[in-house]
Design a protein around this ligand. Structure first.
Ligand SMILES: [Zn+2]
Ligand SMILES: [Zn+2]
Length: 307
């Protein structure tokens, strides 16, 4: 008598994206030999100070593929081995300027080991071994770079915050009508939030500085145009734009996007995304370059939570 074994297929053939996190600590210094000490200091600020400074880097590797007969996209031990051999064992506790040849700036083709340059170099090493679809590298919780494999499109995000009050109400409606729409948020004297703002810029990486744009210029723009005017204000009353526009998270994110797009273009990058988080429970995202929702899948925002 023959026994018919049913063969479980374990979702074989269907596709999935998996992620793996890895950490390393490393130091670097932003210094170009063709520039004077003053020019290095002016361009790179404290990052130019010898002998350098360090970060606890966090790398998130996203890999895509179809599920095999074991129910996996990839065997995790192979993933761990590739990331360890190719990346963390080479970078952990090292001075990045002296690790990989592309960061040797005594060579005219070398570039500085910025976060955006480093994530591209990591991609080139991992893509030989793993089906990488996206990489994110955190230099610190408020600065990270994403790379999706297109040399022209590197992404750099800086995170900042401001505290502000607002009231959600349309001026042409009665209090009771506003409360029907906005609930407690329409109460007459307002309420406040500690807003988190993530500004993502896109661009190609400069072959020498390793940067998408001048980071300190970007930080200055965000401080001058967003944080300084919005921080410790009642948005409806203190920001003229919100006199006639309800300051919902969506509208604030769009207003920030409109304020920053031109100035960011002027420093050589493109504003890609503004993400405004109003509370741990809600956030609004504006894709400044793609008005339609034909957006790249967001890699991993929820994988690692940074407070
Ligand atoms: Zn640094
Ligand atoms: Zn609110």
């Amino acid at each position: 008598m023959s026994v018919i074994k049913s063969k479980a297929r374990h979702m074989q053939g269907r596709t999935c994206v998996i992620t793996r996190r890895a950490c390393f600590s490393a130091s670097h210094r932003y210094w170009l030999p063709e520039l004077s000490s003053d020019d290095n200091a002016a361009l790179f600020g404290p990052c130019s100070i010898a002998p350098g400074h360090g970060h606890n880097y966090e790398l998130i590797v996203s890999m895509g593929g179809s599920i095999n007969e074991d129910g996996m996209v990839l065997n995790l031990s192979d993933v761990k081995h590739a990331i360890h051999t190719e990346i963390t064992s080479q970078l952990d506790f090292r001075f990045l300027n002296e690790t990989w040849p592309e960061f040797d700036v005594s060579n005219p083709n070398g570039c500085l080991p910025t976060t955006e340059a480093l994530v591209c170099s990591i991609w080139k090493r991992l893509i030989i071994h793993l089906p990488v679809v996206a990489l994110r590298l955190y230099e610190q919780p408020n600065l990270w770079s994403d790379y999706l494999g297109n040399a022209m499109d590197s992404f750099l995000t800086i995170r900042t915050h401001f505290a502000a009050a607002h009231r959600l109400a349309r001026t042409e409606l009665s209090q009771s009508e506003n409360e029907k729409i906005y609930g407690k948020c329409a109460r007459p004297n307002g309420h406040g939030h500690n807003y988190l703002v993530d500004i993502t810029v896109r661009g190609s990486i400069d072959k020498r500085t390793g940067m998408i744009c001048d980071l300190s210029a970007l930080q200055r723009l965000v401080d001058d145009l967003v944080v300084e005017p919005f921080d410790h204000t009642f948005l409806n009353k203190d920001i003229p734009f919100f006199a006639n526009c309800v300051p919902t998270a969506e509208n604030i994110a769009l207003h920030i996007s409109d304020k920053l797009a031109g100035p960011i273009q002027a420093i050589g990058a493109h504003l890609h995304k503004v993400r405004l988080q109003e509370s741990p429970n809600n956030a609004a995202e504006v894709y400044a370059e793609t008005p339609k929702l034909d957006i790249q899948p967001e890699s991993l925002v929820t994988v690692v939570s940074h407070q």
